[in-house]
Design a protein around this ligand. Structure first.
Ligand code: PEP
Ligand code: MG
Length: 829
């Protein structure tokens, strides 16, 4: 009849998960895949109570005997039964399995002899009798608990429980296997109906009257040296490669999964081959890393359960996706779809190995991903000293300026008290691939005392801290950091992603070294070289002297020094770029980043000039193209250095596709004037070298006015690059340097914003300006090249927006290039 369904026949009988339970479905699937399962049957949900009837129970015993080719009570090839339950979906709170059905006080000794251990069955047997006594025979739980407490030895427990049943139950504990099975079914169903189980269902929002299926399985008893049970997963958690991992135990399986202290799988001998075959088959079928519970019988493996791993290690998912494509089980796009950009990010950066015992000092903004642990340094100088000693320094500052860059580069990580996602510290750290946490509230530096307060704790220079730049968490002390690089399969997946994406991916890079790193990570060119970044640290005076020059002669001299330094930098940069496109942005130096601090200008006259240049709103002041129009030799000097560098590099056979970019434009007239400087420089270099340097001229779109006047600007520009950092700053009127700390935190709490608009492009306001500029620019110049080079160029959601709005490429810091490649592919697929 329909009441008893052998494993593997559920589907063919038209039963679904509601009837078969997850276990019945899983067994059906394994049988359909040709894998060996433990013999057994399902009593479908809705009819499960019929197993409580002697007739049905007897038929079930006989069917399992037939399926397993053994008989309960046979002492040569003994058989016991196990009863388990499953629901239509995976849920918590199912009754425990009842194993050892069919054993009697008379047969126990012989069974243990077969297994080879006198107490082999006792523990499992006691658990079974305990549950049947309470739920099947209504023996008071307190009496049963006392009996267990009084008798620590398992065999004594069985005896004590059986005599309790004899005294308190309406009938003695039966010897007959069918009667035992019927009582076991009654116990399991009663337990399922208990208030405790109902509460568990309520907590999971499951119906109180949810029906379960029952399963009766063969428990074949054999010698412990050739029998046992275990669990295995298909992939190595560290490498992600197919390599079954797990352990097994000799003896009789309990209800609970075995602890991780069993024998290694290798000891299964020929069983490992069968297990590998099963795991491989299941992976190909489920398209997921899998785990199985298995039984070993005379060296043969049969499966008790199998499922996709619920939280597989990321590396396992990546390697599996590539393996499935190589086996023809998946197409490349489908493989690419399985790994998200956030997961690429996770694979690229080191992670803290958290145990839960660490002391969290503070949570700041996740400014640059990766994890690090090191010694607190309260100044760039100290960070440089520590690095010179070979120590890992964590540079802790209120905020950073260009003068701190050498210290930042020497440090392993950066922490700042102020500053947002687009602040100097964040931008430089991301560019350098160093973890950073910025905007840590309550960070107080006392340089004189050499201390810093982070949260409740005061740390001294030299104390250890650890941080996770992906979560913004800062911890006390030295934590262990995993440094394993991404598996080679990630590169394969990213190459496939490259075929699927429309959007180009470039890098924001200022030096040859950064370009080389980025090209190795898949960058197709440079989308932004910020030339002011070539004047950091020791070279700061080069810019300072131009800005603070006392007279034209001094200025010319300063410009010459600047031009010379840039010429060398550009040569190295262009060589690293090769034949790829490279967008070089002429100087955009917000003055406050380059002016000396009061009292540090040198002489009184310089001090006065510096004072007169200080501005109330430097980010809205004399910067970008505005500075170039005030110091008219600045851009020509830079452009001549660039073009002559190109001529020298081209002579070696490399031809970078040069794009010269003007920053912070809001008037078409500004762009026209700056363009004239660049054209003149090209003429000068052509006259001097005889080479006409091919280049395109373009502008950044960083002000709302520039976006609105895109058509007018496009008359003079062959490309646009949206500088979404400044564009966001100016569209909202949010200071990119410090609005995050107070305003945005509160806005996020109120639910006004879900993310900082400096991290995720605002599609409604800033995005609307971009969309409008794209449309207006293309109406004038259909082939205008359009990209984004603000920090949003590395953010997956923002990248999807850029793709939708039809930009040609995004440009981001080197270490986000692989993330951007994947995000662009996901957006296209
Ligand atoms: C921008 O404003 O988005 C940009 C890329 O320029 P910067 O960050 O150098 O101001
Ligand atoms: Mg800008």
């Amino acid at each position: 009849g329909l009441a008893l369904v052998p494993y593997g026949q559920g589907r063919t009988r038209g039963l679904d998960a509601d009837a078969l339970g997850t276990h019945g479905v899983a067994m059906d699937r394994l049988v359909a895949l040709g894998l060996t399962v433990v013999p057994g049957l399902t009593v479908p949900a809705g009819t499960a109570a019929s197993l409580d009837e002697p007739g049905t129970a007897r038929a079930a015993v006989e069917l399992v005997e037939q399926l397993s080719g053994r008989r309960v009570g046979d002492s040569a090839r003994p058989l016991l039964l196990r009863l388990s339950a499953s629901a239509p979906t995976d849920i918590a709170g199912l009754p425990p399995d009842l194993a050892c059905l069919g054993v009697t006080p008379d047969s126990a000794g012989d069974l243990c002899t077969v297994i080879g251990r006198a107490d082999a069955l006792d523990e499992v047997w006691a658990a079974t009798v305990r549950m049947i006594a309470e739920y099947g025979l209504d023996v008071p739980a307190a009496l049963l608990d006392d009996a267990l407490l009084d008798n620590p030895a398992p065999r004594a427990r069985v005896e004590a429980l059986l005599s309790l049943v004899a005294r308190h139950a309406a009938r003695p504990f039966p010897d007959d296997p069918a009667e035992q099975l019927a009582l076991a079914a009654r116990a399991v169903l009663a337990r399922w109906d208990s208030p405790r189980a109902r509460r568990a269902r309520k907590a999971q929002k499951l119906p109180a009257d949810l029906d379960i299926a029952l399963h009766v399985q063969a428990l074949r008893i054999g010698p412990a040296d050739r029998s046992g049970y275990g669990t295995a997963v298909s992939r190595h958690p560290e490498t992600g490669r197919f390599s079954p991992q797990g352990s097994f135990f000799r003896g009789v399986r309990r209800s609970a999964p075995p602890p991780h202290t069993g024998e290694p799988l290798e000891k299964l001998a020929q069983g490992t081959v069968l297990l590998e075959h099963a795991l491989l088959t299941l992976e190909r079928h489920l398209h997921a890393p899998v785990s199985v519970d298995f039984e070993v019988r005379d060296g043969e493996v049969s499966l008790l359960a199998a499922s996709a791993q619920s939280r597989p290690p990321l590396r396992a998912s990546v390697c599996l996706a590539v393996d499935l494509v190589r086996d023809g089980a998946l197409d490349k796009d489908a493989a690419v779809r399985r790994i998200g950009p956030a997961q690429v990010q996770e694979l690229l950066h080191p992670q803290l190995k958290l145990t839960g015992d660490e002391e969290l000092l503070a949570r700041g903004l996740p400014a640059s991903p990766g994890a690090a642990t090191g010694t607190v340094a309260l100044s760039s100088e100290r960070a440089l000293e520590l690095a010179a000693e070979g120590a890992h320094a964590v540079l802790v500052m209120h905020e950073t300026t260009p003068a701190d860059v050498p210290g930042m580069l020497a440090a392993t990580a950066v922490l700042t008290g102020s500053g947002g996602i687009a602040s100097h510290a964040a931008v430089v750290a991301r560019g350098a691939g160093k973890p950073a946490v910025c905007g840590i509230e309550g960070l107080r530096l006392d340089k004189a005392a050499g201390t810093v307060r982070i949260g409740e704790r005061v740390l001294r220079e030299g104390d250890a801290v650890s941080l996770d730049g992906r979560t913004g968490a800062v911890y006390a002390g030295t934590l262990s950091v995993s440094v394993a690089g991404p598996p080679p399969e990630l590169s394969t997946l990213l190459e496939w992603a490259d075929h699927s994406r429309r959007l180009g991916v470039r890098v924001n890079a200022d030096t040859a070294a950064e370009v080389t790193t980025a090209v190795a990570l898949g960058a197709e060119g440079v989308g932004l070289c910020r030339t002011e970044h070539q004047f950091l640290g020791d070279r700061l005076p080069l810019i300072r002297s131009v800005i603070l020059a006392a007279d034209p002669a001094a200025r010319d001299e300063a410009l010459l020094a600047l031009e010379h330094a840039q010429h060398e930098d550009f040569k190295a940069l262009l060589t690293a770029v090769g034949d790829r496109p490279v967008t070089v942005r002429l100087l955009d130096a917000p003055l406050h980043e380059f002016l000396p601090a009061p009292g540090e200008a040198g002489d009184a006259a310089a001090e006065q000039r510096a004072a007169s240049l200080r501005e109330a709103n430097p980010m809205l002041g004399l910067r970008g193209v505005r500075l170039a129009l005030l110091h008219e030799r600045l851009y020509p000097a830079q452009a001549e250095a660039l073009f002559s560098a190109w001529v020298e590099v081209a002579a070696t056979g490399v031809r970078p596709q040069l794009e010269v970019m003007i920053p912070l434009v809001s008037l078409p007239e500004e762009l026209q004037a700056a363009a004239a400087f660049v054209r003149d420089a090209a003429e000068t270099v052509a006259a001097r070298t005889g080479v006409r340097v091919p280049y395109r001229l373009g502008t950044m779109i960083e002000t709302p006015r520039a976006a609105l006047l895109a058509a007018e600007l496009a008359e003079h520009a062959e490309f646009f690059s949206f500088g979404t950092n400044d564009l966001t700053q100016l569209t909202y009127g949010f200071s990119r340097d410090d609005v995050e700390r107070q305003v945005l935190a509160s806005y996020q709490e109120r639910g006004f914003l879900t993310a900082s608009p400096f991290a995720r492009l605002d599609p409604h306001g800033v995005g609307a300006l971009i969309a409008l500029a794209v449309e207006r620019a293309r109406s004038v110049r259909p082939d205008i090249k359009l990209g984004v080079c603000g920090e949003h160029g590395g953010d997956p959601d923002s990248i999807a927006f850029c793709d939708d709005v039809g930009l040609d490429y995004v440009s981001c810091s080197a270490h986000r290039v692989p993330v951007a490649r994947m995000a662009a592919a996901h957006s296209a697929l």
